[in-house]
Design a protein around this ligand. Sequence first.
Ligand code: FES
Length: 109
Amino acid sequence: MDTVLLCRLDAMPDGGACVADAGLANDVVVVRRGQQAWAYLNRCPHFSVCLDYEPGDVVTYDGQVLMCAHHGALFRFEDGHCIEGPCAGAALTPVAIRIVDGEVRHSSP
Ligand code: FES
């Protein structure tokens, strides 16, 4: 199975995020909590625009949620569900990843 390196787990702060190119239609946002990570397309379900303030600059809170730069929607790390904001109840599009030897990799199906 082909995999694409997104980032190293230890290159992200615990509770933080990174943005990577996985060769998909949009960049991918990877969020980290401890030794776990989740990844989503960098596209807000509210207006289909990217989530970061500046390229690569994604705001997170308490290792729990990431916030869209545009209207402040909050998305849970673990399932991308929007818990607050103008698109509450919607969700980010998940991207399949695996963590192998400290590397977060996208694995195409
Ligand atoms: S575009 Fe993300 S909250 Fe509006």
